[in-house]
Design a protein around this ligand. Sequence first.
Ligand code: FMN
Length: 343
Amino acid sequence: MASKIAMYEIHKRARERMGRICRVCSVCDGRVCRGEVPGMGGIGTGASFMRNVDALASVKVNMRTLHGVKEADCSISLFGHSLALPVLGAPVAGVKINFQELIGEYELAHAIVGGCLDAGTIGMTGDGGGPNVYQAGIEALHEFRGRAIPVVKPGPNDQIISKFKAAEDVGAIAVGMDVDAAGFVNMRLLGAEAGPKTEKELKKLISSTSLPVIIKGIMTPDEAKLAAECGAAGIVVSNHGGRVLDHTPGVADVLSEVAKPVKGKLIVFADGGVRRGVDVLKCLAMGADAVLVGRPLTIGAFGGGREGVRCVLNEIQSELETAMILTGCASTRDIGPHTITSI
Ligand SMILES: Cc1cc2nc3c(=O)[nH]c(=O)nc-3n(C[C@H](O)[C@H](O)[C@H](O)COP(=O)(O)O)c2cc1C
């Protein structure tokens, strides 16, 4: 378990190192950094980022303490791997455009993937406007014998296929594509091509690789169904941390209805505003099989490298275990709609 002192030091160091890129607020809710894309914030007014946090906060938890659950097991199984907690590291990349190179691309990917493995889970790596971004992630995967998930941008199809191939070559667990980066301002600023994918294109891309494919950036039930029909192994219910389109609903606003038609058919991930163990509990109660965490792990990486990422995850795990005991859930399978309420 991460001590409060360790977390305090990690945040202090991150604050010093990140400067104006991220103020490392006590609650990371997108208010101070609204409009800071490129950067760590949310696009435009910041409404989509802030709504992620507010929507999760509006979900309330049913406390139950008259039962025999004295310990909680928050492990899950994913793509044949056993994870200590249902939390993965979200892909965070593009250090040149987002972080003014205050951290290296490989350094960030290495810290996230390594810290996730140290905490008993899996990290994802990202992609960006230039070829070096995805490549840095692949190098981190190489270092850790493929035990991570690289996520490609929805660029030209031939490029996606060769990026999937690079992931296969390094022995990745799965691959992903953040389809919500279709009109992303960062890609436009870098002159990189990225656009929506038709059903036909998606089917072709998914069948081009032997790896399970995760489609990241699904916010409606119809697109969840479409991803399943096209052969996706997972979806991430996500608005890209509120970074691509202003005024979307928060992920917790839509998670239950998006998860419903595909639950059990593919793995449902969710991300956006997940900060504490109780947020993980809420997302699982709304139908997610696991969640991704973005900014808090990035802050961990800035403040303490691989060890900083591990500390953040350990803290979330410990909070989740407490939340599970206080809601009478002995295992993640016991978490369901009855665990939460909306008032
Ligand atoms: C600086 C930054 C860079 C990101 N880069 C990527 C990326 O390369 N690929 C991707 O799929 N998502 C990327 N994301 C989005 C995250 O994977 C994730 O969806 C989002 O951060 C989740 O919200 P949270 O930060 O509130 O946890 C990035 C997010 C941030 C803040």
